[in-house]
Design a protein around this ligand. Sequence first.
Ligand code: NAD
Ligand code: ZN
Length: 355
Amino acid sequence: MYKNFSIVPNIMFGRGSFNQLADVILPHRVNPDSFFVFVIDDVFSGKELEGRLPVQGKDLLLHVNVDDEPKTSYIDALVQKILDYDEVKPDGIVGIGGGSTLDIAKAISLMLNNPGSSADYQGWDLIQNPSVYHVAVPTLAGTGAEISRTAILTGPVKKLGINSDYTLFHQILLDPELLAGISKEQWFYTGMDCFIHDVESLEGTYINEFSKSYGEKSLDLCRQVFLDDHPEKDDKLMMASYFGGMSIAYSQVGACHALSYGLSYVLGIHHGIGCCIAFDYLDEFYQQGVKEFRQMMEKHDISLPRNLTANLDDKAMDLMVTTALNLEPLWENCLGSDWRTLMTRERTLELYKKM
Ligand code: NAD
Ligand code: ZN
């Protein structure tokens, strides 16, 4: 069966495009008694970017903290805060930040129109009602969260996204100027998330011309950014992130992402750095990709944390292995339908022990 998938319908790209945000959302201010919520990473509290937001009337500025990756309990609390704020629901949500903040904005806009806890919707196509209008303004590039149909959340029993067509943003506004100010390490880790999306998509068994066309372009852009130091590298990384997201939308990620989910669930390691930690041990799966990744690390003088699992007991290691192996489509994409005989618990454990 072929997937019939939706994509973000409205996209604006360019340096300074952030200045047009007011005009972009204006037609969506439909109810005169309503308001917009600006969900902004608290790293921007009191910063120039926050001052440039087109806040008016009853609009709510909602600072979010992403020291931990988004949890379902956090989403539920934020939704309650918005519901308590006013009698009417907001006309729209604008997320401003990296992948974590964008996922928070997505999840809030879904949960404003769907009953219960966000944990009830971790899975595929469980959402019943369309979301509130929502907009992404990324300030980091690489995750592809701006284009994907998932909002990745850590819940009481699992780390899994709310995957649905309603999760997709209605509008994305890509302004490369907003990437300024990020630390070199964070820029690298989030950028490598994109590079790894491309490698896992292109090297996977699910590959097809659609995913290949986007994946190859994204990989080419990543090389210009991380190996050639291209003067327009911020513009290029934003487009690489978008194309990488489009590539995996019609294929899948692979071994590195599966292993990084285990690291994240048990040790709370963030997505980008977790992918980097795992990828460095995956020569046996992605030889050429890992070689290039190491060149990029060397060029940018990045050193990864080591020995993260050294002090974990058997129970924690076991949970990590289970978390990784539960991501069946990722392994099937990586190793084919026979993956269970190839990717045993022992082999997974050995990889984790090296990390
Ligand atoms: P992030 O959003 O977690 O942010 C990382 C750090 O950078 C934070 O401390 C943040 O405050 C800071 N930051 C963000 N923009 C900044 C800026 N311009 N200047 C200075 N600091 C800035 O990082 P990320 O790597 O973009 O996102 C990772 C998250 O995305 C994870 O939660 C992961 O689960 C999620 N993710 C989602 C998808 C998806 O398709 N929905 C895909 C991959 C990853
Ligand atoms: Zn990723």
